[in-house]
Design a protein. Sequence first.
Lengths: 423, 269, 298
Amino acid sequence: MMVRAVTLALMLLAAGCAREDRRDVLTFSGSAVGREADVLRTQLARFAAERGIRVEIRATPDSADQRHQLYVQWLNARSPEPDILQLDVIWTPEFAAAGWLLPLDRFAHDTADFFPATLEANRWQGVLFGLPWFVDVGMLYWRTDLFDRAPGTFDDLAGGAARALRDGRVRYGLVWQAARYEGLMTVFVEILGGFGGAILDEAGAVAVDAPAAVSALTWMRDAIHREGIVPSAALTWQEEQTRFAFQTGAAAAMRNWPYAYALLSAGDSAVAGRFAVSPMPAVPGTGAPTGALGGSQLAINARTAQPDEAWAVVEYLTAPEQMLERARVVGQFPSRASVYEPGRGLEGVLGIDPAAARDVVAAARPRPVTPVYTQLSEILQIRVHRALTRQQEPAAALHEAAREMRALLARSGLAAERTTEGP
Amino acid sequence: MSRWVARGAAALVALSAFPLAWMVVASLAPETRLFDAGGVWRGPFVLDHYRALFDQRDFWVPIRNSFIVAGSTTVFAVALGAACAYALARMRFRGRYALLAFVLAVSMFPQISLVAPLYLLLREAGLINTYPGLVLPYLTFAMPLTIWLLVGYFRQLPADLEEAAAIDGAGRLRTLVEIFAPLAWPGIATTAILTFVYCWNEFLFALSFTLGPERHTVPVAIALFRGQYQVPWGQILAAAVVATAPVVLLVIAFQRRITRGLTAGAVKG
Amino acid sequence: MSASPSERREAWLFVSPAIATIAAVAIIPMAWTVWESLHLHDLRMPWLGRPFVGADNYLEAFGDERFRDAMARTFAFAAASVSLELVIGLIFALAMSHALRARALIRVLVLMAWAVPTVVAALVWRFMFEGPSGVAGSLLAALGVVDAGFSWFVHPVAAWVPILLADAWKMTPFVALLLLAGLESIDPSLYDAARMDGAGAWRQFREITLPLLRPALLVAVLFRALDAFRVFDVIYVMTGGGPGTSTEPISLYTFTTLLQHLRFGYGSALSVLVFLTTFVLALLYIRLVGRNLLEAKP
């Protein structure tokens, strides 16, 4: 009886070891929720019909941090799948430096059409590892019935939000993503830029303990706890929760990505027709309106069994026609500058005038392009969130963060001149 | 004193049972009622979440994975552990106490301390995200567990069993099969049950050494439901009920045995 | 302990497969962890190679505030959960030793809490404290313990409450059973004698029960402390270590270092430090319990 049991166990284990033969099917891993999933499936089906290459979509969590963790897990375990990966803009240098991505230079000959900042974010040591797929820029959404004009300064924004709160017109003044995740960094980068600061300065040295950064973080904390214009619940919110708050008319202003525009204009939105978008505010003179550069790139697994087929998919999905279709269905900004020209079909699709959109994208600021960005970000996230939850004073939090970040850069053998931040 | 204590205990028992009861009831509540603390009990009761669990999420897969991994580990661990425990409990040889202490020491290894080397080892062998890639790490706690429990059981059997059999002229093998095994069988069964439960509930290794739904075990699958931006509590609760059901059934069926096994000495908590 | 050579050989034959397996999957990897902890090995930065760095990782750990905090937090959690479980477990055990008819029911309920996967326990308790309308959260708000709409998992200290409750809910049954075994070994005639001397229930408890229960209490404390120190599942699932890192125990920090930051050298050093800490606790346990099991009859 024992012998039989052991044999059965061995057989089961052997069955588990066998891997199916999966030629002719590629796996694509990326965001597969809602309209994004729809348009992706449509495009991949078309691709399959035209080229005879089937691509399976492997779902990943919607949260970027969790998708990152999953990718790290798969790629570090040397899994040959997924073949094609949708990467967040900040991941390319990290994965490239770890040796997990296929260099694309031998495939991608014509890259002049892509926005320069997006390409730079995808290069590591001069080699291209990812192709920009669509671009995201942080923007300020504001209620046209509560603000006279677009809030250009932080005082305008705070003042208008406070007024709306006082008048009882809204439940929240301003909402943003303040959960302890990467989204918090995009918000922080934008407010930081508005105060004239940066995470890394032009020389690539850590600058989060500079006075501008302390002012920015203090402003954010006071907006929550002193002015009360930002709800403390926002400290657990990501993009969807903030969109929900604004969409139901509960907030006077919101910081979010372009994807929200189409949803806010839809029939079931309480604020349809009563909102507008503009760049984030800035301190006049010292800061500049800053939109964080987000968006996705397509990259190929270094251990893929089918590199040429994978490139064919990537090339197809990043072609202008597919980008236009994606913009129409999902409202995501194309990463090719030529698509924004008049007559290409982008009018009335993005919610803002294509020329204005292109300018916003061209001016978007990437986060630091370094393989250790996620680690830098985590250090900063923890400290910033601590300051925002009043566990620590902003100055002390940023000082400690800067110290750890400098130690990390030194330890990684990444000399300051190797890291670049945007224009 | 006894009435006062008994009342306190009754309250604690009720408190103890409440979360499980709540879990079952809430898993049957429609999506809109989930957070309506009072309304959940009133009904209606729907099977939406369970249906979604198996239709949309293919929950059969983690269940299958858990059965295979827990089952295989139990078979190996009990087979090897029984032999080892027999020698430790009923044979005399030098180094017996040292070995027992050694086994106990290994059972104290914090799991987290083994993740790094096991990961690198499994990766080199190409065993990440496979069944053997989980069974091997599981043996790190399953083997000491089975040895320890079985030593406890075997020691309780009559000491002169082997002597009597030897006097009758039976060889070692016959003694084992015809005399010892029937008496030891209840202890072995209980050990198998306890080992299975531990493997079924294991989380850290399963989280570290599997990559995707095709090999996730039940605890990992449920824990990772929380990936979506909107936490699907209905399905999570339904999955929790499904995950707990086999274990609960085992416990109810073998409660007497298990209690004795748990109190028999050094069991991992 | 004299045995014939053939019996010795036989014994080793029985024992070797198991011991070999344990050596392969536990001892060798543990030794490797120690070796790895002396190197710099960051899997995300392969250009740095795998140089030997001696005690650098350990020095970094001692200077790492996140590590020190995690250790302190883990000890505090162990102390809190063990105390909680001891008190509740004792009440349970006393009840079980008295209420003979309800024993079977209590045993089943108690064992179910033990057998439920920790992940499930964590999720159920999270659900009960989630948001403004989680059943436990709203109950506590109704009782005035917290404000209505209090967000348990956002508050760095309050987040520990559901964690402790989930852990106690899952682990108390085991403590109760251990203590029950201890209670049942107390000679009932002692209580009869005390009652005849006029001692009340409380005095009986204080002067007979507690002292004679001390060995079992000690076993329970050490055992639970060892386990509580290694806590991972319940916190990973419930808060992920958050808000920030305010509920991050040492095993979660080690896990993050290894499988998220891919710093295998540093993570191995953390692993070794966790191992050494549990080793000290385990030594205490072995000295107290191990010998009893080998020498005495259960």
